[in-house]
Design a protein around this ligand. Sequence first.
Ligand code: C2E
Ligand code: MG
Ligand code: MG
Length: 638
Amino acid sequence: MSGTSEGPHPAAVAASGTGHPLVTERHAKGRAAAETRDYRAAFQAAHLAMAVLDREGTVVSANDALATLLGTGPGALEEQAAADLVDLASDTRTVHSYREVLRGGRSPFRCTRRLKHADGHTLWAEITVSPLPESGGGLLSVADVSDRRELQARLRHLQMHDPVTRLPNRTLFFERLAAALEDASYDEDGPYRDGPHGDGPYGDGPYGDGPFGGSGGHGLGGTGRIGLCYLDLDGFKAVNDTLGHRTGDRLLAAVAGRLTECADHDGYTRSGGHLVARLGGDEFAILVEDSTGTEQLADLAGSVLTSLQRPFDLAGQRLSVSASIGVVERAAAGTTPTGLMQAADTTLYWAKADGKARWTLFDPERNAHRMTRQALSSTLRPAIERDEFVVQYQPLVGMADGIVRGVEALVRWNHPQFGTLAPNRFIGIAEEDGSIVPLGRWVLRTACRQARQWQRDHPRARPLFVSVNVAVRQVWDSDLVADVAGILAETGLAPHLLQLELTESAVMGSAGRPLQALQALSDMGVRIAIDDFGTGYSNLAYLSRLPVSVLKLDGSFVRGFRYDEGVHPSPADETIVEAMVQLAHRLGLTVTAECVETSGQAARLQRIGCDTGQGWLFSRPVAPERVAEMIAAGPQES
Ligand code: C2E
Ligand code: MG
Ligand code: MG
C-alpha cells in the first residue's frame, strides 16, 4: 500500500535510466494509472473494512467490507464524519489522539468500540487509524472482534466464577474489592475521572468496558464506606465427611442461593445486589460497597442467619446448617484489601469462638492483641507522660479468715487506639526497650500513694499493704533502692506496708548488685515476694538464704485443684504443693496462692497450709474506689 506514497515505482525509476525520456515518461504514467486502478480494486475487494479519511476525518472513500460491517449501502459512507460512524467522539481523550493522527502524527491510533449495525445488533470492533503522511488524513480500518471478545469474556467468566455455586470466586472478589477501595479513595482526593477506563492509543484493553469489567456506578455520590460479611458454615466438614461431597456441593449451591437472595433484598440500598462470592471451601463473602453504616451490615448478617435457619431439601435429604459471620464496616479511605480481610478473618474467628451460629462485629479493642509490637513500643514512653496507664488492685486474702490483708497493684494501659491493654501485652516490650524503668517507677509511686490514701481515709481499719511487681531490669538498670526510699518518704507510707514481687529469674544467681539491693530493701523493712513460684528452676533452700519473705505459688499449681468441676485432681500435684508449703514454712516464708477461682480450690489450699490467697474467687483486680468499699466493710477498731 505504501508504494503510492513513496514516489515513483522502482520499475519506472529503472526505465528512466535507459530509454528515451519522453517514451519512458509516458510508460511510467500509464503504469502508475494501472497501479492506482489495481490498488482501488484491492481496497474495494479487501476483507478488512477500511476507509480513507481526509485531514478533517471525513470519509473520502470506503470499501464494501466497511459498508457491510456497518450495514449501510455502498457509497453511503462517503462525506460522512468517521468519528460519528465508529464512535470516536464520545470522550475528549479519544478525540484528541484521533485528531493527532489526522494532523500527521506518527503512531497509529487504536481503540475498541461497541458499534451498532444498521439492523440493530451490536458488535465489538477494533478500530485503527493510521496516518497517511503523503496525502494527509488517515486510513481507517475496522475489525469485527465480537467473537474474540465473547470468547475472552466467557473465559474470564470461567476464571472468575466457582463452578459449584456459580458465584464469583476469590479472584473476582478481590478484584472488585480493590476496585471499590480505589474508587472510594479517588472520590476522597477528587482527582480527575473521565470515563471508567483509559483510552489512549492502544489504551483500551479487551475488558475495558466489557460485561464484567469495571465496577461501574460507584464513586460520585458514594458513602465512602465499605462493609463485609465474611461467613463460614458451622460443621460443614461433617456434612462432607458423612454424606459425601455431592451432597456437600449441593448444600453449598443452595446456601449460595440464599445468600444471593439476602444480598439482593437489602433494604438499605435501592440498587441492592451486593457482590456475593465463594472464597473457598465453605467460606463466603458479601461485599457491601457504599455501605451506610454498621446497622446495614448488622441487618444483612442477621437476615443471612435467619435465611439459613430454614432447613435445606437436597435431593430428598433434609439438612440444617448454621453459619458464623464476621462483620466489618469502615471508611474506605485508608483501608486496604488485606487489612479488611484480616479484620474480617479475626472477627469470624471470634464469632466461632463465641459459640458459632452468630454474627460478630469487628471490635478494635478486642483486636488489640494483633497489633504490632512496633506500634506499642514507639508509644510506650510518651504514654507514661500522657497518663494513659492506670493501676488496678487485686485483694490478697487471709485463707483462714477471708479478711483482706493487702492488694497487688496491676497496671493497665488505656490505649487511645487499642483500648484497655493487659500487662501481658506491653510489659515484655517495656522490659526490652527499657521503658519499664520509668513505668515501674510510676506504678510504684501510684500504688504507694494510693495505699497511704486508703490509710488516711480509713484510720480505724487495719492498713492494707500494697504489693508491687518489679521487673528484672528495674533491679539492674536503675537505682531501685533509692527510688523506693524516695517514694516511701514522699508518700509517707510505712516500709512494712510495701511488698515487692520479683520473679525467680530476677533473683536467681543473685550476687553483687541485685543481692545488695534486695538486702538493702529488706533492711529498710520492705518485704520481698517471689512471684510465680514454681515455674522457674530455683530451689527453696537457695531462696531461703536471700532476704525473701513470701512465696507466691504460681497459678498452674492451683489449677490442678479443681475438685468441684468434674476434673480429677492430680494427687501428685497436691503432694508436691503440700511439701513445698511445709518446707517454705520451716524456712520462715509465708505462702500466697495465686489464681484461686473456686471454693473447692480454696478449701484444699487452706488445708495444705497456704497463708493467703489471691484470685477471682475473692475478687478480680478492681479500681481503688472498690478497694475503699472493701476496707469500709471490713473489721474496724473501736
Ligand atoms: P502476676 O504478678 O502473676 O499477677 C497476677 C495475674 O493473674 C494478674 O494478671 C491477675 O489479673 C491474674 N489473676 C488473678 N486472679 C486470677 C484468677 O483467679 N484466675 C486467673 N486466670 N487469673 C487471675 P494481669 O493483671 O494480667 O497481670 C499479668 C502479669 O503482668 C502479672 O502477673 C505481672 O507479672 C505483670 N504485671 C502487672 N502489672 C505490672 C507492673 O506494674 N510491673 C511489672 N513489672 N509487671 C506487671
Ligand atoms: Mg505479681
Ligand atoms: Mg504471679
